[in-house]
Design a protein around this ligand. Sequence first.
Ligand code: NOJ
Ligand code: CA
Length: 712
Amino acid sequence: MNIKIVLLLVLFTGTIFFAQVMHSPNGKATLVFKLTEKGEPTYQFSLGNKEVIKQSKLGLELKELEALKEGFTVERIDSSLTDETWNPVWGEVKSIRNNYKELAVILTQLSTKRQIIIRFRLYDEGLGFRYEFPIQDNLKYFTVAEEKTEFFLTGDHKTFWIPGDYDTNEYAYTTSKISAVDAYFGKTADEIGFKTLIAPNAVQTPLMMKTDDGLYINIHEAALVDYSAMNLVIDQKSFKLTSHLVPDKLGNKGYLQTPCKTPWRTIIAAEKAADILASKLILNLNEPCKLEETSWIKPTKYVGIWWEMHVGKSTWNYSDINNVKLNLTDWKNLNPNGKHGATTERTKQYIDFAAKHGLDGVLVEGWNIGWEDWWGYGKEEVFDFLTPYPDFNVEELQKYAEQKGVKIIMHHETSASVSNYERRMDEAYNFMKKHGYDAVKTGYVGRIIPRSEYHDSQWMVNHYVRVAEKTAKYHIMLDAHEPVRPTGLHRTYPNWLACEAARGNEFNAWSEGNKPEHETILPFTRLMGGPMDYTPGIFQIKLNYYKDGKKEQVHTTLAKQLALYVTLYSPLQMAADLPENYERFPDAFKFIEDVAVDWDDTKILEAEPGDYLTIARKEKNKDNWFIGAITDENSRATTIALDFLDADKNYIAIIYTDGDDAHYDSDPMSYQINSYVVTNKSDLKLKLACGGGAAISLRPATIEDIKNLKKL
Ligand code: NOJ
Ligand code: CA
């Protein structure tokens, strides 16, 4: 092992304090750990000759016990080098190198004799560190009052932020200087009406930043288990960020018992935005896969009885009663409203469509009783996850789907009545297995029951992990909507295919929607923690198609909806529009049919958060490549060198681009499709409309293709 750690013993006003310097494997990233003269642990992180995080303090405040912030002495220091490669069950790349230097600083607080370990892992592109609390006589149980981890920024960086809301992450991103962040959007806490839900001046992670001299910095966390999520409070004068854990409603931030540890705090830094997206630091800091057998886990493309409810064409409810408290058996006395989406007939249409186009699954929402009062305040017993509405025949559909080789995807909207779900989970998963379901989409809309909790507090963090573990036992794949933001736990639980945990495409159906820049920011923020079930693929962009005067619309072109299958990584991708809309545009739908959901390789070709993104990915175990290019509200011309293709092959490139007059607002559905023969010497010239995109599929060309098509 060749680790050069410089240990400095400095005499300072009679006190000995330590400074440790450690360089990353390639020498470019540097960590400096120091104890101040008051015995406060601090760290500093730089990349090359640029300081990323200035000297910043580390520590925690405890309830009823002395804070673990100062008065420490260094007991011992352990260091090591790791260089290993592992293969994810599914992912953006086939294999991942985990190469870091580790520094574990074992500290004793002189006044209390309590011991903590601060463990650092230094990668070439970033730093992870966590607090560990070894088992010890005078620290058995404790309650965290606050974690006081600082990230002292070097200046007033540009940042892409959402407010530190304890209950939701479904916000549009605001781009501003750190000094201009206003988590209350110009309102007072009283005006905003949810003052207990947002920490003043706090933002959520992953927090993406860009310095004035062009360095990109991302702060997040990895392996969030048995702890609450971390928001960051901003000191707008000094540009210091300090951790603010999501409390429960008693104000407590975490109940811990030794031996235990916090999640990793992560800092990724790069000169090029693309390198932030290529980093695997967060995944590397998570525990390896805990599942013994994973062959049942399948990346999935699906359609669903879903968008039609969001656009108001059909309903989740079976009856016309809304928000009335019902018993779980009361539906028998209700009259059908005539618009129920999840009928046996409609599900068969979706199954037929999926079978015809080679899609794996059909999600069905609104199949089970309870939707009449799912928003109700007293909703403890809202759903049983077992009883279908009378017009949804589980057994008949099971047979039908099986014949057609399609999987129906279960929907468990808990409406945040989590105690109800916890009681019913086993029965619900048994019901699923009995009826041939092997994937579930969960949902947590509303305020959490038990009412002592927030979506992002410790108890709920443990709930989401419990669901991942339990579904894995039943060989069920999981997609969680409205959970805490992901932190790479899909490495440990690869059955946990995706989460929502951000503002998805659905907002375009019933709100002012997502601005064209939204999808250029998501990969740098929310997706840093893991795949998102964004639900792309809306072809009918303007929603007055469903109802005169309906002003909502998707804020992209149709071609950009295609590109999102490549730029928004997920092993679970929905073709979110209605089958009848896809049938109107079969040539464009071909891209969704063809695009892969699992990859051997990924190349981030161009990227600038908030502006544009181009990614190429190679399909798992195939020679096919797919490219997605997107832009924000500005049009864009770009040239893509196809030099990543195999040198000895000709490929056919099918290029789906915006039409000449396309524009996300005035002409969003104008597109064109052109095919060429290309090689690794070809350059692709792309023109993206305002709010537009391009999607390209590449496969080895046949002799026929070479004869018939123009060469680029
Ligand atoms: C919100 C989810 O994000 C959405 O996908 C779902 O359709 C509704 N909740 C109803 O469960
Ligand atoms: Ca949602």
